[in-house]
Design a protein around this ligand. Sequence first.
Ligand code: HAM
Length: 431
Amino acid sequence: MTLSTDPLTGMRQRYPEEMLVERHVCRVLTEAGALSGFREYDGPVLEPFSLFEAKSGGELVEKQSYFFTDRGGRKVVLRPELTPTLARMVAARGEMPMPIRWMSTPLCFRHERPQRARAREFLQFNLDILGADPPGAELEVFLVLDRIMRLLGVSPDKYRIRWSSRRFAASSLAALGVTDVAGAFGLLDKRDKIEPAEWLGLLEETLGCRKKAAAVERLCGVTDPEDPYLKELLGDDPALAEVAGFQRLLLGAGMPSAEFCPSIVRGLDYYTGIVFELTDTGGENRRAICGGGRYDNLVEAFQGRPVSGVGFGLGVLALTLFLETYGCLPDRLHRTPPASLYVVVFSPEELGPALRIGEGFRNLGVSASVDVTGRKVSRQMQHASRENYPWVLVVGPTEVSSGVLGLKNMRTGETVDGRLETLAALVRGKE
Ligand code: HAM
């Protein structure tokens, strides 16, 4: 039987050149978080199924989770997200200086239909603030998202942070006479994922009334919380005051990327307040790059101590595809050599000394690969050039006996002779 060269559907194997891109993106994400005082944490990849059954709920648990019974007879799940784990960790620590600002880039698993920006195994950057009331923490989280985009060189017109509030959505739907609020939430969450006509049809079907469906559609078209239509609909409902207040805060902070969008409700059960998604303004990347919101009752469920939180999960794959679309991945990433120096070995007699010379460079902080194949010098040089090594040196009998090495600059073609320490300083100086 020949084995397949494919991994399991939706599981992602990444080649070194893909890892360079992924690492670059992850580095910028954590740098942006660190700049705003967020510290890294992580949880287990394997979790009790009950944690997600109780906390995430809905489609994520029922249809998408990878669960099985382990050898101890426990029902376990490969984590589909990190937020319930975060809540448990915060609850378990007890008293902590608040607010907590934590970030993490967990590997998560969801049995979804693989498509652009969606895999079954994926990295998701998480950033959360716990123990801080709205709306300051919400704004702080939005600011981090904006900074991430700036650090990645994305122009502000290419994305939007579309936001609304779960409370606002529930009040508005109730005011429109919608009784199946959960069903309506489910459909609002799907609004950008399916064709408009199909969506309206499903809405009519769910609400059982064309007029109500049209009213919900009208609500989705509102772009300003101060729109008189909302005042008419909700009067003095605090849910309207919440979104109007947040809009003023955003305007005051000068955040043109933030856009009020009443159809944003998010698919996870635990959100209670402001919810948001970061999306591409062009048509190419239709699925959200990031989603998040405020959750008031997650930590409380473990211990009785109420700690509310707000944060987001950002798909590294979705962000990378978005960056690719807009040419925001630096060209140099594709030319990154495995190391600074390639040590070419003249003949098998010099292999030992060449390996020692390679170690000598590494000891001085210069990354180096030594050719250990025993192939012809010309083939070794060809390899160095194909892999973009910027510096090459050939170790032959003369170099071994004299200790003087010839370092070739592969970009200019020039060679400099010198002792190992001098050449290492030269390479480091050019890095
Ligand atoms: P989520 O909306 O389920 O939220 O996921 C957030 C982001 O993770 C999505 O916008 C997407 O970019 C990425 N993502 C989700 N599923 C996949 C997949 N199958 N393949 C690739 N990327 C995916 C949450 O998970 C919340 N726990 C986020 C959160 C943190 N809320 C508060 N704090």
